[in-house]
Ligand binder design. Structure first.
Ligand code: NAP
Ligand code: MG
Length: 494
């Protein structure tokens, strides 16, 4: 598929974009709307329905009704068939979904189209799980002849609250286990990127997912707050910042909703002197600069062993200078703008702060200006050297294209420093030594350790955080357990 031949999505022919509740596109009860714009050009893409507590209530009721309707009685194999159809539809329409994300988020089309393989694979993986749900028959030592077994039942109405950095991929990821387990969903996409979730939910209907099973309520942070506090929600699957994650957990407490939270990170990427530098140099750059640094598990803290530091940093700087930043629609572009003006200002604030604390920008360090840049929010890929472990840029999640580089001498030392933040999401280790690789993998406190690679994801492999990076794992064979309740049944045979 030639990237230049991907059309403007038909969805954008309608300026007023409504929510999707109970199988129908509906405006907010209040009639309010908010803007979503293209961060590369400033173009207004749509005026999106701004849901409030009333709309959330309608959506939760639609999800509850669907849960208690025919969906509950549908056989696993039928859910599976629908999911496989959905996978085919998502594949067939992926150019459209990718283009929506490129326009809404600013991620290069060359990047967003690559999400197709993963989105289809996720849906097919969870489709497989639909027919694998099983309770156990369990021995007991009760007096008499008593049989005990467990039933696995859908947890109920799930609220998914999503971030903006990978919109359609996130919508698919949140939907897979819902459909596989027989739950129903109210999804709140991020305000910056609401469009692809709406189109994806339409494809769910087209695939045969019954009305009300997948609902999308668009809106702002208070829409998410209303959703996370709604007593009709049984489980929240949140992905976003650690700060909002804390609010979600509190909102869930009064009705004891099940909660999983996938949060921020400050992930270490560690290069030992024996590493294959031809691989490690570009990978270390893209571990942090891909998607303009807007990836939760981005390798934002680079530790390079002292003996190769000079060579490595020179090569890393040279590689970084070749990265093409610009128009997301240009097939050659590797990095687009960041998502919004506030996000850009936040990143530039961290850059200024780093300079103030004495760090040096080896590459980048500013907003990009000039033709093609001035209407958007472009930040140059930035590498800071001479960073101290305690500096703000070394401790806080920036969520922009900013790398902090450090050097280290020994494995023990780097392990301690790598673990010295409250986060624990991703991590990278580059070495040819088997013992070093395994010892680091054991020692690093993070949900994922990538050895001689970075940012690998697969539907069959769990992803999630330690510490303030959250709890619960998405993907992998056990993810679906988060969407199931276990009921013990005792049958007295005497
Ligand atoms: P965010 O500000 O936490 O927002 C996430 C979602 O929560 C948005 O839909 C947001 O709505 C909503 N929200 C805001 N305030 C809320 C409240 N009080 N109650 C309920 N919901 C509320 O995160 P973001 O800036 O969109 O995304 C970036 C963050 O996500 C980063 O920290 C990143 O590390 C994290 N992330 C983590 C993972 C992971 O798997 N661990 C993956 C991707 C991203 P609005 O958009 O309307 O504000
Ligand atoms: Mg937008």
């Amino acid at each position: 598929m030639e990237l230049t031949s991907i059309a403007r999505p038909a969805l954008l022919e309608t300026m007023e974009q409504d929510m999707l509740i109970g199988g129908r596109r509906v405006a907010a009860a209040s009639g309010k709307r908010f803007e979503t714009r293209n961060p590369a050009t400033g173009e207004l893409l749509a005026m999106v329905a701004q849901g409030d507590a009333e709309d959330v209530d309608r959506a939760v009721k639609a999800a509850r009704a669907a849960l208690e309707g025919p969906w509950r009685r549908m056989k696993p194999a039928e859910r599976q068939r629908i999911m496989l159809r959905l996978a085919d539809l998502v594949e067939a329409h992926y150019d459209e979904l990718a283009m929506l994300d490129t326009l809404d988020l600013g991620a290069p089309l060359s990047r967003t189209v690559l999400g197709k393989t993963r989105a289809a694979a996720l849906l097919r993986y969870y489709a497989g799980q639909a027919t694998l749900i099983a309770g156990d028959t369990l021995n007991n030592s009760a007096p008499g002849d008593v049989l005990s077994h467990t039933l696995k039942e859908p947890v109920g109405v799930v609220a998914a609250i999503n971030p903006w950095n990978g919109p359609v991929g996130m919508a698919v990821w949140k939907t897979g286990p819902v459909l596989a387990s027989g739950c129903t969903l109210v999804m709140k996409p991020a305000e910056q990127t609401p469009l692809s979730a709406l189109r994806f939910a339409e494809l769910c209907l087209e695939a045969g997912v019954p009305e009300g099973v997948i609902n999308v309520v668009t809106g702002l942070g208070d829409t998410g707050a209303a959703l996370s506090a709604h007593p009709g929600v049984d489980k929240i699957a949140f992905t976003g910042s650690t700060g909002v994650g804390e609010k979600i957990i509190k909102a869930a407490a009064p009705t004891m909703k099940r909660v999983t939270v996938e949060l921020g990170g400050k992930s270490p990427n560690i290069v030992f002197a024996d590493a294959d530098l031809d691989k490690a140099v570009p990978a270390a750059a893209m571990a942090v600069f891909a998607n303009s640094g807007q990836i939760c598990s981005a390798g934002t803290r680079l530790f390079v062993q002292s003996s190769i530091r000079e060579e490595f940093m020179e090569r890393l700087a040279a590689f970084t200078r070749t990265i093409r930043v610009g128009d997301p629609l240009d097939p050659q572009t590797q990095i687009g703008p960041v998502v919004s003006a506030p996000q850009m200002d936040k990143i530039l604030g961290y850059i200024e702060g780093a300079r103030g604390e004495g760090a040096q920008a080896l590459v980048g360090g500013s907003r990009l200006a000039g033709p093609g840049y001035d209407d958007g929010f472009f930040v140059a890929p930035t590498i800071f050297t001479d960073v101290q472990d305690g500096m703000t840029i070394a401790q806080e999640e920036i969520f922009g294209p900013v790398l902090s580089a450090f050097s280290f001498d020994t494995a023990e030392e780097v392990l301690e420093r790598a673990n010295a933040t409250p986060f624990g999401l991703g991590s990278g280790v580059w070495t040819r030594d088997l013992s070093t690789a395994h010892r680091m993998a054991r020692g690093i406190r993070a949900g994922s350790v990538w050895v001689n690679c970075y940012q690998m994801l697969d539907p069959g492999v769990p992803f999630g955080g330690f510490g303030v990076s959250g709890f619960g794992r998405e993907s992998g064979p056990h993810h679906i357990e988060e969407y199931l309740e276990t009921k013990a049944v005792w049958i007295n045979l005497d």
